[in-house]
Design a protein. Structure first.
Length: 560
């Protein structure tokens, strides 16, 4: 009789009748009869039902837990544990996921899906040491390197200060080998009346930070010289819409999200592109494989990822002399297209700038802040920030991440450093206006390292909040240096961690200097290279024209 009930449950699941399956299981099976398999199905149905609620999520988690505990070292138990870890991650519950994973790792060794799932847990906890450790284990146990795992391994090492640029370069070269090479003919571009300039990204949606930088060059494009095409790699839905004021600049907008590699390459090539710019690199749901198979005669990496792609087919990486030094060119697979001042420019926040007094005037103490991605707040950063807080009586630090995350471990680390009572954690705001107004609570922004802030540093500058940054060794870790140099704020660039602490302490003792710097930023920031979009666009397009005509001359010479 029980076999018949199990068959019926499986049939309901196959027919996606999730609500019926839940009711049938709850009414027809006793607790003893609910095997690991049935408990797993019950949990899955609760997650798939219509009008899914938080109660359903928590209830499903308990079903998956029971599934695992009933049959720990079986394939069914492992399936339940996988679902338990993924669901618990959604519910911001982590302790038991790590505990059960450690048990299974000890008894059953390497299980790929299990290791991948625990990496996601550690990432949500901003525990990069552990995430990278297990990514390395996955690569050691797999027969060959796999793109997704190696990409994560490279990218998340950006948040720690353990690699040199040589390490990044050597690992991205390996990444290239994991991407398939398809059998396409050499590109033969018909002569266009204008330079066909294309962009590819998954991120030009809603209020994504890349939009504010991309808009800078779109606003000032010479449509007599350039025809613009955008290849979008994002799912079209109400939650991810591209703003109309971005789309209007493009002559054509093509979505390639649902196309496989060969289809996407074919569609893009048919558009006879002269120059294509990848705005993602190793970030987002990128499509680097398309660039390996050559989409256009000139391929450029810019904006979303400030480091090498590892692809010899990526012809240029846009940078500036502050990000990459001339003696480092061999550590990048691309030629470096040096813009003269700064590698990008912000189009502005779209709100009026009103000079606001430094909070220290009212508070009588210094308030530091960081609104950077929480991933960037490493143990090393926490240690340095804690030294600053300990050195300054009554000082405060406001932290607000640009995305939702679990602040559990972050809080524990500040507590361990004995400065927890000086740190204020703000929730992610839904309104952009609310977010920007939070800068009014900060006297000085503290930049993260080795992965510097970019968007947050531009926002802080707009709001006249000075950003203290630390010199680095590659584009990601020198972004803050480039930003401050372009503001003539060399004083706010520290040579090392000790000087970073020293400068923060010095500023905390000199309220007049902080006020003076803030007044300078209010008066000068918009005219600086950070926000001078006309000047930046002119330099940007002049460089594109230069490499385009150089390439055309070389093509003509080789054909003669």
């Amino acid at each position: 009789m029980n076999d018949i009930k199990v068959i019926k449950v499986k049939k309901l699941l196959a027919e996606t009748k999730f609500e019926e399956a839940i009711v049938f299981i709850e009414n027809s099976f006793s607790n003893i009869e609910k095997t690991s398999e049935i408990l797993n199905i019950l949990g899955v149905c609760k997650l798939q039902k219509k009008n899914f609620s938080n109660f359903d999520l928590l209830s499903a988690i308990e079903n998956f837990r029971d599934c695992y505990l009933k049959e720990k070292n079986t394939s069914q138990g492992i399936e339940g544990l996988l679902n338990f870890i993924v669901s618990s991650n959604k519910a911001n519950q982590y302790d038991d996921s790590i505990k059960y994973f450690k048990e299974t790792e000890l008894t059953m060794g390497y299980i790929r899906k299990m290791f991948l799932s625990i990496v996601d847990v550690y990432l949500r906890l901003t525990d990069f040491e552990s995430a990278i450790y297990y990514l390395k284990k996955i690569m050691e146990n797999d027969d060959g390197l796999e793109y997704s795992t190696l990409k994560k391994y490279i990218f998340f090492n950006s948040y720690l200060n353990k690699w040199s640029q040589k390490d990044f370069f050597e690992n991205t070269i390996k990444l290239k080998e994991t991407l398939p090479q398809y059998n396409f003919n050499k590109i033969n571009i018909r002569k266009n009346k204008k330079i066909k300039l294309a962009f590819l990204s998954s991120d030009v949606v809603n209020t994504h930070s890349v939009i504010s930088f991309l808009k800078t060059i779109l606003k000032h494009v010479d449509k007599d010289k350039f025809e613009l095409i955008f290849f979008s790699n994002h799912i079209v839905n109400k939650d991810k819409e591209t703003p109309i004021d971005i789309k209007i600049y493009f002559d054509e907008w093509i979505n390639i999200k649902n196309l496989n590699d060969i289809e996407a390459i074919s569609i893009i090539r048919k558009n006879n592109i002269n120059i294509i710019i990848d705005l993602m690199g190793l970030t987002s749901p990128n499509r680097l494989v398309l660039f390996k198979n050559r989409l256009a005669p000139i391929q450029i990496l810019w904006l979303g990822y400030n480091n090498t792609s590892g692809l010899s087919q990526m012809d240029y990486l846009i940078a500036d002399p502050n990000l990459i030094k001339k003696n480092e060119l061999k550590l990048y697979s691309e030629k470096i297209l040096f813009l003269p001042n700064i590698w990008n420019c912000h189009s502005g926040l779209g709100i009026s700038r009103i000079e606001t007094p430094a909070p220290l005037i009212k508070n009588k103490h210094i308030t530091f802040g960081s609104f950077n991605n929480a991933f960037k707040i490493s143990d090393e950063v926490i240690s340095v920030w804690s030294k600053i807080l300990k050195s300054i009586n009554n000082s405060k630090l406001i932290i607000k991440s640009s995305f939702n995350y679990s602040d559990k471990i972050l809080k524990e680390k500040f507590e361990k450093n004995q400065v927890f009572n000086q740190v204020i954690f703000l929730d992610k705001t839904n309104s952009f206006e609310e977010h920007i107004n939070e800068y009014k609570k900060i006297d000085i922004a503290l930049d993260t390292f080795p992965y510097n802030g970019v968007t947050t540093s531009f926002e802080a500058t707009w709001m006249s909040v000075p950003v203290l940054t630390l010199k680095g060794f590659n584009p990601n870790s020198r972004a803050g240096e480039s930003i401050n140099k372009n503001l003539n704020m060399n004083y706010l660039i520290a040579d090392n961690k000790d000087e970073y602490v020293l400068k923060a302490v010095e500023l905390s003792k000199n309220f007049e200097k902080v006020i003076e710097i803030r007044k300078y930023l209010f008066a000068k920031a918009l005219a600086s290279n950070l926000f001078n979009d006309k000047k930046f666009s002119k330099e940007f397009y002049e460089n594109l024209e230069k490499i385009y005509f150089n390439h055309s001359r070389q093509e003509n010479l080789s054909s003669n």
